[in-house]
Ligand binder design. Sequence first.
Ligand code: UTP
Length: 288
Amino acid sequence: MSSIRSVIIPAAGWGTRLLPASQSVPKELLPIYDRPAIEWVVEEALASGIERVIFISARGKSSILDHFDRHPLLESILQRSGHEAWAQRIADRNRSADFIEIRQGEALGLGHAVLCGEPCIQEEYFAVMLPDDLYLGEPPALGELIALHEEKGGCVLGLHTVERQQSRQYGMVAGEQISAHQWRLEDMVEKPQPEESPSCQAITGRYLVHRSLFDILRSQNRGALGEIQLTDGLRRLAQEGLFHGLVPRAARFDSGSALGLLIASLAQGLKSKDAAALRHAIEELTSS
Ligand code: UTP
């Protein structure tokens, strides 16, 4: 059994980068190949041993939780029309974890969204997954973070290597490299200029943190619009205790942009039963 049982998935953002697709459909439900983006994220969580999934959602986004609910009418229609396997899939998905929704009434930042999940977290350590960072393939990215936590203790952050010029777009970490894919972290800097970036390792949307983060976020200074920044809280955690960073081996995609969503769909399609037909279609499209 995994030592980490709960994950908070902040999904209350507006998804402006995906407009107009995300205007009336939560971006987390836009498809990647044959299923909503959020289902891939939840599959990664379950494969990593997670048993409780807490969605931080917002007005108009309850369909995210609906996707993981039972659907008696659809299930009976599927059963009667010879699609028992599809009906079973709905039931199995619902039983695979406890799914909980908490509303974030106002979008007051990622740190605030994580804080909204506090009433559902009973354990010392818990996970946070940002659904825009999509990891496809083996081993499950969150599972690698959990394994490192079990080996060395403390908090663990997902990292991805970027060109130094891109540091302005990311939270970047400072620390000591301890193996090919692992770092011991000392500090983090939000969107530094390339020449000031302490490394080429950017923070990605997988975190394994101690619950003292909640107290840190609660007492943190708020931004001009009242937002609570998650990176500020993580920074305090890194300065106070043991914190590692790890570059997961699974392929990473940005499902918060139209291009990233399309690339992830193609990558997944090329691994599917439709691979040959997809290759043929790509050849036709690119040869004309
Ligand atoms: P972003 O600000 O990067 O994404 O938040 P967004 O708002 O969803 O999308 P864009 O940038 O407008 O296209 C990162 C993650 O934090 C969540 C978002 O849902 C996303 O998963 N978030 C952000 C919240 O849950 N609440 C917030 O107040 C802010």
